[in-house]
Write a new protein. Structure first.
Length: 169
């Protein structure tokens, strides 16, 4: 899968969205991402899982993914069809879990103030910018080529499997 350009409608959320809001603890016995996806962000608002059927990019404030280190939070977002999360900042463990599972996470200071819920957004990884509905561009913090390779492969385990199968890089 190539992630050079991602387009989608946006779901805007606030600051300090913790992993319990992303996937409430009562669903932690579920391991199937599609099933978990039916409950993604339900802890914020029970209507959000329905909205995610039409919205594939989350734009958040500061400290997205704080709280416990549960990988279920990332799996729920992937299962709901989320292609990327753009935030002012991420909790470190969520950021790492997202990369390890193949979810694109981008830090873009000021994005939440300029993007409205339901807007169309283009993530242009070649140019390192978000293209807003207005046509304005907003830069995001660069991500390392190696990190992008992990995300493009579908996560760290999938990348390692491909490398082992092909005898290295």
């Amino acid at each position: 899968m190539s992630l050079r350009r991602i387009e989608g409608r946006v779901l805007v959320v606030g600051d300090n969205v913790d992993t319990d809001a992303i996937v409430p603890g009562r669903y932690l016995t579920i391991t199937d991402p599609k099933e978990l996806g039916k409950h993604a962000l339900e802890g914020l608002d029970p209507a959000i899982p329905g909205k995610l059927k039409e919205r594939s990019i989350i734009v958040a404030g500061r400290n997205f993914g704080c709280g416990s280190s549960r990988e279920h939070a990332v799996l729920a977002l992937l299962g709901a069809g989320v292609k990327a999360v753009v935030a002012e900042s991420f909790a470190r463990i969520f950021y790492r879990n997202a990369i390890n599972r193949g979810l694109l996470v981008l830090e873009a200071p000021g994005a939440r103030q300029k993007i409205t819920d339901g807007d169309k957004l283009v993530i242009d990884l070649e140019r390192g910018v978000l293209v807003l509905a207005s046509g304005e561009t907003l830069p995001f913090k660069p991500i390392a080529r190696e990190v992008l390779e992990i995300v493009e492969a579908g996560g760290l385990v999938e990348k390692l499997k491909k490398e082992l199968h092909h005898g290295g890089r």
